[in-house]
Ligand binder design. Structure first.
Ligand SMILES: C[S@@+](CC[C@H](N)C(=O)[O-])C[C@H]1O[C@@H](n2cnc3c(N)ncnc32)[C@H](O)[C@@H]1O
Length: 261
């Protein structure tokens, strides 16, 4: 990891991702329980900075993680250590054709956590992700995908307005950081263009600004089911939260669990 003050934009954004995630999304217990059920090996597509993988490794599983952001992978490596995790840089849809990924498989559990599927900016890319999961799994293995379902109150605010999300102190740098976001929603394509601005510094000094723009393609539960079935997976559960409660009107997430026959 770079020393504060010498880091690249990618490194800073990866550090700030972890600062964002100090607010626990509450999903790790779900993956720990699924991993107890399936056993390993486990693959996490879009492993990021290793938040979920670290918990699975702590439970004694070997995890293979793939991500296309080297700065996120560097943080995962620093967080977990190299012994029980294999981290690979690449596009998750291409995972089944990466030798080091296939040689550790086939997998009992394949995970796409915390809205990562939305970062695949189009239905075909999302379908390809489910197809990759199916190819990576052994018969009886499980695929799990977790995607945010914004409600009408969220979508109506996705009109470009700036909104302050939080002010925190980064324990790594001691800097005060503010996170501000602006989102645009295009109903025709179901694309949300999300601009995130982090300003960090010490009081009384000019802040450093880091900006990222992400395209999120919203996905419905029906679409996820269709992608899973097209990939030859059998849908076991479509849940509406990380405790696997039912998907119902107003659910803020869809958690799809599908089995390779
Ligand atoms: C919301 S983060 C999730 C990280 C981690 N799974 C977690 O739950 O904290 C999304 C991650 O997806 C990665 N990502 C986005 N598109 C990708 C792609 N096409 N292939 C691999 N990784 C991708 C990003 O680099 C980022 O690390």
């Amino acid at each position: 990891m770079a020393r504060p003050g010498t880091e690249s934009t990618g490194e800073a954004l990866a550090r700030l991702y972890d600062l964002d995630l100090v607010e626990d999304p509450g999903d790790v217990e779900l993956y720990r329980a699924l991993a107890r059920r399936t056993g390993g090996p486990i693959i996490e597509l879009a492993v990021g900075s290793g938040r979920v993988a670290a918990a699975l490794v702590a439970d004694g599983h070997h995890v293979v993680g793939i991500d296309n952001d080297p700065a996120m992978l560097a943080r995962a490596r620093a967080r977990i250590g190299a012994e029980h995790v294999t981290l690979v840089e690449g596009d998750l849809a291409a995972a089944p054709s990466i030798g080091v990924v296939t040689s550790s498989g086939p997998y009992r559990l394949a995970i796409i956590a915390l809205n990562s599927i939305l970062l695949l900016a189009g239905a075909e890319r999302q379908r390809a992700a489910l197809a990759a999961m199916a190819r990576l799994l052994e018969p009886g293995g499980l695929a799990v995908v977790d995607a945010w379902q914004p409600g009408p109150q969220d979508l109506v605010a996705f009109d470009g307005r700036l909104s302050l999300e939080w002010l925190r102190t980064d324990p790594e740098t001691g800097n005060q950081v503010t996170k501000t976001v602006a989102a645009w929603f295009d109903p025709a394509t179901r694309l949300v263009t999300l601009t995130t601005v982090f300003d960090e510094g010490t009081p009384g000094q000019p802040p450093i600004r880091w900006t990222r723009v992400d395209a999120l393609r919203l996905v419905t539960a029906d679409e996820l089911v269709a992608y899973a079935e097209a990939a030859g997976l059998e849908v076991e559960q479509v849940a509406g939260d990380h405790d696997l409660g039912p998907m119902e009107p107003g659910s803020e997430r869809v958690v799809l669990i599908a089995r390779k026959p």
